[in-house]
Design a protein around this ligand. Sequence first.
Ligand code: HEC
Ligand code: HEC
Length: 151
Amino acid sequence: MKKLALLLCLVASPALADFAPPITDPLTKAACGECHMAFQPAFLPARSWDKMMANLADHFGDNATLAPDKAAHIRKVLAESAADGPQGGRMGHKILSRLRADETPLRITETAAFLRKHRLPESEWKRPDVVTKSNCVACHKTAEKGIYEDD
Ligand code: HEC
Ligand code: HEC
């Protein structure tokens, strides 16, 4: 019941546009939440996730290789909630609206939609608790839940 109430709250909230559905699939959550937050798939289109999943051996300088069957499963989960996937929602729509059709970004932090919302002074990025732009949780306390209100 509690879960349902929370869900209704979210649906009714005007901040729905700042919500990206978090990953619920246990395998994906574990595998892609090991080194950093399990980023919400709605921040990138399916073609980006596909490209990333096709080269996990060189994942931003790390080796994130998975068994082929696991990788195939995760790829499907990511595509489902990708910006252009059936569960991409309004966040996905926002990302897509600023993405060129010939663009396949691998970084959320390099998408036009992200850059537009993050014109922050250099001193903000240099905060010792931030370290990297992809450290969403440093500035968005509820990032793991997919809630990105201005805070
Ligand atoms: C072995 C550690 C490791 C694992 C496992 C891992 N990643 Fe990463 N990931 C990294 C590192 C390191 C970066 C670069 C972080 C940075 O530069 O801020 C990164 C960056 C990313 C970014 C780009 C963030 C940005 O800058 O916008 C995405 C998206 C991403 N990972 C998705 C995934 C997905 C999906 C999985 C699961 C298949 C995964 N990662 C598993 C280490 C890992
Ligand atoms: C250095 C702090 C910082 C980091 C790190 C950061 N953000 Fe933000 N983010 C902000 C601020 C400040 C705003 C509000 C900007 C505005 O409303 O103009 C914002 C706005 C947003 C918004 C828009 C919310 C709205 O109300 O429209 C989204 C979505 C978002 N961030 C996602 C992310 C994601 C995803 C990451 C990690 C990949 C991230 N942010 C990393 C500071 C940060």
